[in-house]
Design a protein around this ligand. Structure first.
Ligand code: G3P
Ligand code: MG
Length: 245
């Protein structure tokens, strides 16, 4: 397995252009398409288990209704997380972080785990994700990278597993981006490609941070960003971007 510093294409929520996002099917497909890293979104169930799901609510990506944080893992596992995307994915379950870690280790996919807390659970989610990852991820493999928009989640992850690298996520770069990265001992900045300019990218790189951009589904745009010094792009179509590079 390669370290993230050498990888240019990260499958966003798995190969989510082709399979239901954040499911084991989407991660397995990313590996099949030749991706060497995936991004996923991790949050807590009511009973404190870590599941891979993007939205605070179950509605868009499962057969359930309501907030993820109001249901125990056992109830969430009964839901269908594939049919909304297409009939051939019927029966796909909401994956747990533990299942994800096992699959990624087995298929050689480097995990970039986004800590995505439900409202009011930032620290708790960061601590749970970091604890589980530190315990379950094989020590012989490169260390996973955590990211979050929630600074409290990153702080909690650092407290539990200071050795696991962190990235701060922001849509646009605020004026004090460097101070924020330094405060959380982050090695990388992850931002939307939409508001990034070549000049801003240069500033981040000159300051010594890794820089990765979401969500880039256009190959020409991916090439442009990489030419600015961006280290990697998150994409829903890893096959497309890999073929173009
Ligand atoms: O981690 C990059 C990207 O996934 C952040 O935004 O909303 O797609 O989780 P979002
Ligand atoms: Mg994400």
């Amino acid at each position: 397995m390669q370290d993230l510093s050498k990888i240019r294409v990260i499958a966003h929520r798995g190969a989510s252009g082709y399979a239901p996002e954040n499911t084991l099917a989407a991660f397995a497909l990313a590996a099949k398409q030749g991706a060497r890293a995936i991004e996923c979104d991790a949050k807590l169930t009511r009973d404190g288990q870590v599941v891979l799901i993007h939205d605070d609510r179950l509605d868009r990506t499962t057969s359930g209704r309501g907030s993820v944080k109001k249901f125990d893992l056992s109830a969430i596992r009964k839901l269908d997380a594939g049919s909304w995307f297409g009939p051939r994915f019927a029966g796909e379950r909401v994956a747990t972080l533990k299942e994800g870690l096992a699959l990624w280790a087995e298929t050689g996919l480097f995990p970039q785990i986004e800590i995505k807390p439900c409202f009011g659970r930032a620290a708790e989610t960061g601590a749970a994700v970091a604890t589980l990852t530190a315990r379950a991820w094989p020590r012989s493999l490169p260390r996973p990278v955590f990211s979050s928009f929630a600074q409290r989640s990153l702080a909690a992850a650092r407290e539990v597993a200071p050795e696991l690298p962190r990235a701060w996520l922001t849509e646009r770069l605020p004026l004090d981006w460097k101070r924020r990265l330094e405060r959380l001992d982050c090695a990388a900045l992850h931002c939307s490609h939409k508001y990034l300019t070549a000049a801003k990218a240069k500033k981040v790189k000159d300051a010594g941070f890794a820089l990765r951009c979401y969500t880039v589904n256009d190959a020409a745009r991916a090439k442009e960003l990489l030419s600015w010094g961006v280290d990697a792009v998150f994409t829903d179509y890893p096959d497309r971007i890999l073929a173009a590079l």
